[in-house]
Design a protein around this ligand. Structure first.
Ligand code: GLU
Length: 482
């Protein structure tokens, strides 16, 4: 048997990290098993369809490196991979269930459904369809349909007994059939509901394993009943644990970023996010955390998916990202750094000093956890600082600093401009003035960068160039005085 798995997003909004984790587990499982990974677009809810969301979704999946074997853009033997283009198929299957008595037409109007709901609320009964049309005479049902009355097609769920299925993560799960209502399969507009389209397509596309978030567990017994009604074998189900915010509770925008797009924007590397998501609800069974793609594929197994909820610990993601930044060649970061600099209004500076990009990235890459941090803590590579860190000023810019720095500055014009020569000059100057090396270092860093931290000072001075350094020290002497 060839493993065939799918990620089946509904293009209604951004790619949530939970969705990305589902996609990623499917991808890892397919790669591990030598199977196929499909992407199927579940776009049957016309009211929530969003073209931009579809575009972003595809971009974000690609960015993460989750290439698919069948699906949008690449096609495949089960085309089309957009549910909105497969309506006939669902209609045919709904008709089949109507014909064999596993489904019925429901002519109840929205008004009637409102009344039912109201009555249920008043009587404190669980909500759900009251099965009013379930036992309508088939001939009468045909007649009303032919007369043009609008209807939905509902599943005739069994009212007794129970439905049991096995979940690879949670084991046996059991539902009493009477709690599963007669769900709608086909809507009045002829579009299928998620349930019908999902089951029909998983069967048609020969999906062997359904790996998805555990919010879909309550849908699964209904799907199992549908498989049975069609006379098909259901796939293996594997529901992935929910991802919670650190400290518990739902992941929410308030507590941090929730979409893959935001993490890209914030300057995370795709491999870091990939590695991090792989460890949400799964572990290789040893202490390893930073793992290559190949290592992840090799050690992945569904048996090691943890049923306990997983915490989204952004500090760990940052740490991982920092590790990946260190090993990423500087030039691989140029495009992204350029993009962020342009976004911050530094386009003209980039154009004027193209050689500065390599220096900026080279000197800050290993000291940064994220690309946006690399960019934002190095803006002084491009422009004179327009302010100086207050605390550092109070500590390092003393009344005597102006004199000391002025004496030093007078010598900067004649020194050979490389970090070794600069360091030698600073040492001899400190000795000559009878002060500490640090008494020149800290004020210089503040003057040229406005900050109290950064790369090695002499490498930084070398990178900025003689002219910029002398000008900036001059500005600081003027602005800060003694
Ligand atoms: N379209 C559903 C979603 O948006 C798919 C759920 C499933 O994988 O069955 O998540």
């Amino acid at each position: 048997m060839t493993v065939r798995v799918r990620f089946a997003p509904s293009p209604t909004g951004y790619l949530h990290v939970g969705g990305a984790r589902s996609a990623l587990f499917n991808w890892l499982f397919a790669r591990k098993m030598g199977g196929k990974f499909l992407v199927r677009i579940e776009d049957t809810d016309q009211s929530r369809y969003n073209e931009q969301a579809l575009h972003d979704l595809i971009r974000d999946l690609k960015w993460l490196g989750l290439n698919w074997d069948e699906g949008p853009e690449v096609g495949g033997p089960h085309e089309p991979y957009y549910q909105s283009r497969r309506l006939d198929l669902y209609k045919r299957h709904a008709d089949e269930l109507l014909a064999n008595g596993h489904a019925y037409r429901c002519f109840c109007t929205a008004e009637r459904m409102d009344e039912v709901r109201k009555r249920q609320e008043e009587n404190k009964l669980p909500p759900g369809y009251d099965r009013h049309c379930r036992d309508l005479d088939p001939a009468e049902s045909d007649r009303r349909a032919a007369a043009g009355e609008t209807f939905v097609v509902r599943f005739k769920a069994p009212m007794t007994g129970k439905t049991v299925f096995n979940d690879l993560v949670r084991g046996e799960i059991e539902y009493q059939n009477h709690v599963l209502d007669d769900l709608v399969l086909l809507k009045t507009d002829g579009f299928p509901t998620y349930h019908l389209a999902n089951v029909v397509d998983d069967h048609a596309m020969e999906i062997t394993h359904v790996l998805r978030g555990d919010e879909w567990i309550p849908s699964t017994p209904r799907h199992v009943l549908l498989y049975k009604a069609f006379g098909w074998d259901p796939p293996v189900f594997c529901h992935l644990p929910v991802i919670l915010a650190p400290g518990g509770g739902k992941l929410s925008k308030r507590k941090g970023a929730v979409s893959v797009g935001e993490y890209r924007e914030k300057g995370y590397l795709p491999h870091a996010l990939f590695n991090f998501l792989a460890l949400l609800g799964w572990s290789p069974g040893d202490e390893r955390e930073k793992m290559t793609l190949q290592e992840l594929v090799d050690s992945f197994s569904l048996e090691r998916v943890n049923p306990k909820s997983a915490a989204f610990d952004e500090t760990k993601l940052e740490w991982l990202n920092g590790q990946y930044l260190i090993e990423t060649p500087a030039q691989d970061l140029y495009d992204e750094v350029r993009r962020l600099l342009e976004q911050r209004g530094y386009g003209p500076d980039l154009a004027a000093m193209p050689e500065m990009l390599a220096k900026h990235v080279g000197l800050l890459k290993d000291r940064s956890k994220r690309i946006d941090e690399l960019v934002d803590t190095g803006l002084y590579f491009w422009r004179e600082p327009d302010s100086y860190e207050e605390k550092a000023l109070a500590k390092h810019w003393k009344p005597e600093t102006k004199d000391r720095m002025a004496k030093l500055a007078a010598k900067l014009g004649g020194v050979e401009w490389n970090h070794a020569a600069l360091e030698a000059l600073y040492r001899s100057e400190a000795e000559e003035q009878g002060i500490k090396f640090a008494d020149l270092i800290h004020p210089t860093r503040l003057a040229v960068s406005g900050l109290s931290f950064g790369p090695g000072l002499f490498e930084l001075l070398e990178a900025l160039g003689r002219e910029a350094v002398m000008r900036r020290i001059g500005t600081a002497l003027e602005k800060l005085g003694g």
